[in-house]
Each structure stands twice: as structure tokens, then as C-alpha cells.
Design a protein around this ligand. Structure first.
Ligand code: AR6
Length: 179
């Protein structure tokens, strides 16, 4: 585990399963149809129970690079923020869309005035975003956001495997060294 403080807010990088994390909002790596799927999306819907999918159906869609909020069902959280990252196809707009997915969650956090949020590594599983490119975008978006006044006190990155944790640790070190 790595912890770092940004402007009084704790940033944690930790290996684990996001469904077990006690925070105000858990972020899901969803698809634009909010239709459920494998990976972290499957794990979250399984653990949360059917009410969350019912809410997703009512919302309908979420554009790539954005996020929508639902309740958290049986999860120990108040909200799930369903974020839609880009499918990596090297078309050029992926960095903006990935940053947009994180930023939309941070905006929802401010809107709901929550204190803690947990992110998975959006787009780096089924959506194929190279880890060494995605990790600095995720961290930079969060760190930049925390430089302004915020309701957040803790931001967790819950990274499923050691390879992903190490990529985020390396990216954080580089961002802190290079500014
Ligand atoms: N907790 C934390 N991270 C997890 C968990 C978990 N329980 N399970 C997997 N991961 P992915 P994407 C990691 O594929 O690339 C779905 O079918 C995983 O190891 O879940 O954004 C959706 O419905 C990887 O590091 O999301 C979409 O269709 C990271 O979460 C599509 O996949 C993201 O992998 C979204 O693809």
C-alpha cells in the first residue's frame, strides 16, 4: 500500500477488491449502455444486488468519458458512480475520455459532498488501455482536482492485481518527481 497527502487529502494506492472497501462512493468501470458485464462491473453488480441494475436501466445510457450515480444496494457505500472509460483503439481522443471519466466522478463527489471515494483502474481490463498510459492520467486528474477546495478527505485507488498496483505506484512517483 502507498499513501500520499495532496493538499490535506489522503491518496491511497492499494491492492484489493473494490466491493469490500468502506467509502462513501465506489466507482464502477461500466459500459455506455450501463448493461453490466465482466470484470469490476460484474463484481460490483453481483455484490450490490438487483436494485442497482434496476436504477441503471432507468438511467439508460452514459456517454463515454462521463459517469452517472446510483445507490449502492448491499455494498457498504452510499453511492456507486458508474464511469465509462474509452475502449483503447489509439484514435487520439482516449486520454481526454479517460480523464473525463475520472473527472465526472470527482464532480459527482463534490455534488453529493462526500468525504471518501474508491476508484478501480478504469479501461485497463477489457477495454485494453495500456496501464503505463492510463495510470498517470488517472492520478494526474485526481491530484489536479485535489488542489482546489474539495469535500473529499480520502481518495482510494483499489487495484486488483500486483502489476496494476505497481504501475500506479511508479506513475505516482514520476508525477511527484516531475511535478
Ligand atoms: N475490484 C477492483 N478492480 C477489479 C475488480 C474488483 N473486484 N475486478 C476487476 N478489476 P475491467 P474496463 C480490475 O475489465 O477495462 C466490463 O465488462 C481489472 O483487473 O473491469 O474499464 C464492463 O461492463 C482491471 O485492472 O474494466 C465494460 O463493458 C480494472 O479493474 C468493460 O468491461 C478494469 O478492468 C469495461 O472495461
Amino acid at each position: 500500500m502507498t499513501t500520499h497527502t495532496v493538499n490535506g487529502v489522503t491518496l491511497l494506492l492499494k491492492q484489493g477488491n473494490i466491493v469490500n472497501v468502506q467509502v462513501d462512493a465506489i466507482v464502477n468501470a461500466a459500459n455506455a449502455g450501463l448493461a453490466g458485464g465482466g470484470g469490476v462491473d460484474g463484481a460490483i453488480h453481483r455484490a450490490a444486488g438487483p436494485t442497482v441494475m434496476q436504477e441503471c436501466r432507468q438511467i439508460g445510457r452514459c456517454p463515454t468519458g462521463s459517469a452517472v450515480a446510483t445507490g449502492a444496494g448491499n455494498l457498504p457505500a452510499r453511492y456507486i458512480f458508474h464511469a465509462v472509460g474509452p475502449i483503447y483503439q489509439n484514435q487520439g481522443d482516449e486520454p481526454q475520455l479517460l480523464a473525463g471519466a475520472y473527472q465526472a466522478c470527482l464532480n459527482l463527489a463534490e455534488h453529493h459532498q462526500i468525504h471518501s471515494i474508491a476508484f478501480p483502474s478504469i479501461s485497463t481490463g477489457a477495454y485494453g488501455y495500456p496501464l503505463h498510459l492510463a495510470a498517470p492520467i488517472a492520478l494526474q486528474t485526481v491530484i489536479t482536482h485535489l488542489q482546489r477546495p474539495t469535500s473529499l478527505q480520502q481518495v482510494h485507488f483499489i487495484l486488483f492485481d500486483q502489476r496494476t498496483l505497481q504501475a500506479y505506484q511508479k506513475a505516482l512517483q514520476q508525477l511527484l518527481t516531475n511535478g
